[in-house]
Design a protein around this ligand. Structure first.
Ligand code: DON
Length: 570
């Protein structure tokens, strides 16, 4: 992927010097569906996807575009874009090789199992969700640099420059960002000192300019010193000072020791498709493959999308996968996750043995599956990219909640994550997404918290077929499951597949969440008669997907659930 590198360095520099870029000072509108031959970027903000598409145009490959988009999102999408967070990435190269990068945050060295419990063992409300103690050691900067080092083609400096420019000169915020900034003003004031780029006496409104000079300086330090520009020196000093101000526990040692980790993707077959996804510390890949294999024996097309039979079957598969998630999944560097057993055909067949076509199971009576353990070893963002050569990158990154723990590192201008809440802070006590866990996902110094992020790539007949993923907490895995089935089992085009209403079962609590309007009154009644309890939600995860049609044409689709989602062809 590096062969044409020097030619493209020249081209990109020439372009950067040639004056005003399309994304600076630009008015922007989001395009939901794009088509192209040569490359595609789908990202959560039009300014970010414009930068990604420009990088492809300048000869960058899919990884270059993904890295540039992530850096841009750190500026233009502050509620989730992050240098203060972490992420998970899956790549499939044009030759069909696959790889996964884990740059998930880690528990600080001073973290301990019961750190969010009071003296009598009760969870202290919100301690793992808001404020300095909620932050894990950020992984994004090390992750993006490592991803680029192994797979990038253009110089890193060229990929970070657009983000620096946007931070320095500012950009017009969207209506969605303005609304969110307004709704968190109180939390920002509670957790921060003034002045602060995100706190404003008057309400934010669409079109207001967000200038982030301190963040630009952080990005410049990363540009000139690489990882050391963040994990050492001035940026590290500012993070540690911020921690000390707010009784946080991240130290210089935590920052200096942070390393991303290359991992082997999990992969499995669903009918004629090979599904490649993220291994632990994500639960997404394993749960997705489990669910696909549990429903594979059934003729979904005959049931029909959103039919009572299909929703019942899929919800029961979801229930069983999430029960296993709670018991068996965690960071494999600390816990022996029985991946092979969880994905074994025989195990999944046995897991569905008590599936009753006419009646809902009850989560109280249905725990994690049993097998002999052997010695085998609501704010996030997703970007899907395919380049002209057929390299594909699927990457989901997160601060966890909107604006993470709400703490902005003073003098550095970026939000810190609240990823510690993704650990099981006490066995059986639900986190902000209602997820429960046990020993596998207990807190331990240096351990990574379990994630639901499910960056996924799908092959058909050995060729690239789809790239997809989403933000949405616990609903990410079921959203990827459903969008994929909408295409490969229910034969929808990609736009209809992404737009279609969704539903979600996560074992506990024992109900199906249903997006408003997703199911007809008859189907809802049918499911209730089977014993399912239904709860309505406005919307759940926000999927960004690319499909490669026979002959190579690319369709990119951003989700209407996020007005800023944007698909851009090269
Ligand atoms: O890693 C996870 O599973 C969560 N921290 C993701 C959070 C998320 O998607 C929130 N977004 N809407």
């Amino acid at each position: 992927m590096r062969s044409r590198r020097f030619f493209f360095i020249f081209l990109l520099l020439a372009n950067l010097l040639s004056g005003q870029k399309a994304w600076v000072g630009a008015e922007y509108t989001a395009t939901k569906t794009a088509e192209g031959e040569r490359g595609m970027v789908v990202a959560p903000h039009p300014l970010a996807s414009a930068i990604g598409a420009e990088v492809l145009r300048q000869g960058g490959n899919a990884m270059d575009a993904a890295v540039a988009v992530q850096l841009a999102i750190a500026v233009v999408y502050p509620r989730a874009g992050n240098v203060g967070g972490g992420g998970l990435l899956v790549i499939r190269t044009q030759n069909g090789e696959t790889d996964a990068l884990d740059y998930r945050e880690k528990a600080p060295l001073a973290a301990f199992r019961d750190m969010y419990l009071d003296s009598i063992g009760n969870v202290v409300p919100r301690l793992s969700q808001e404020g300095h103690l909620a932050a894990g050691v950020p992984g994004t900067v090390a992750g993006l640099i490592e991803a680029h080092r192994k797979y990038g083609r253009l110089p890193f400096k060229a990929l970070i420059d657009p983000a620096i420019e946007l931070a320095r000169k500012g950009f017009s915020i969207s209506e969605g960002e303005a609304a969110r900034l307004n709704s968190f003003q109180e939390a920002f004031r509670r957790n921060n000192t003034l002045p602060n780029p995100f706190i404003k006496p008057l309400k934010w409104k669409a079109g207001d300019r967000l200038v982030q000079k301190e963040l630009a300086a952080v990005l410049l330090r990363i540009r000139s010193r690489g990882e050391a520009g963040f994990y050492e020196g001035k940026t590290a000093d500012l993070i540690v000072k911020e921690m000390q101000r707010g009784n946080g526990i991240i130290t210089h040692e935590d920052l200096k020791n942070y390393r991303p980790q290359w991992r082997k993707p999990v992969a499995g077959q669903y009918k004629g498709y090979r599904v490649i996804s993220m291994p632990p510390p994500s639960s997404g890949g394993i749960a997705l493959l489990q669910m696909l294999k549990m429903v594979a024996p059934y003729d979904m097309a005959q049931y029909g999308i959103h039919s009572k039979e299909a929703v019942h079957l899929m919800a029961e598969a979801e229930r069983r996968a999430y029960a296993d998630r709670a018991e068996y999944l965690g960071d494999t560097d600390f816990y022996r996750v029985p991946t092979d057993s969880l994905l074994a055909a025989g195990y999944l067949q046995q897991r569905m043995a008590d599936f009753n076509k006419m009646q809902a199971s009850h989560s109280k009576a249905l725990s994690a599956g049993k097998f002999k353990l052997n010695k085998e070893s609501f704010e996030t963002e997703h970007t899907s990219v395919v380049d002209a050569e057929g390299n594909a990158v699927s990457v989901t990154t997160t601060l966890n909640s909107n604006y993470g723990c709400k703490v902005v590192v003073a003098g550095a201008g970026f939000f810190l994550n609240n990823e510690m809440d993704d650990f099981s802070v006490k066995p059986g006590v639900p986190n902000q997404f209602g997820l429960v866990g046990n020993e596998a996902n207990a807190i331990h110094p240096g351990k990574r918290m379990l994630s639901s992020m499910t960056p996924t790539i799908v092959e058909k007949d050995g060729e690239l077929f789809m790239v997809l993923g989403a933000p949405g907490g616990s609903t990410i895995i079921t959203a990827v499951f459903q969008v994929l089935l909408n295409v490969v089992a229910f034969n929808l085009d990609l736009e209809s597949a992404v737009n279609a209403g969704r539903f979600h079962h996560q074992w506990l609590p024992d109900h199906i969440l249903v997006e408003e309007g997703a199911l007809s009154p008859e189907v809802r009644k049918g499911l209730e008669d089977m014993g399912h309890s239904l709860q309505s939600v406005k919307y759940m995860a926000v999927v960004k997907a690319i499909q490669r049609l026979p002959g190579g044409r690319l369709i990119g689709v951003g989700d209407p659930r996020n007005p800023d989602d944007d698909a851009e062809a090269e």
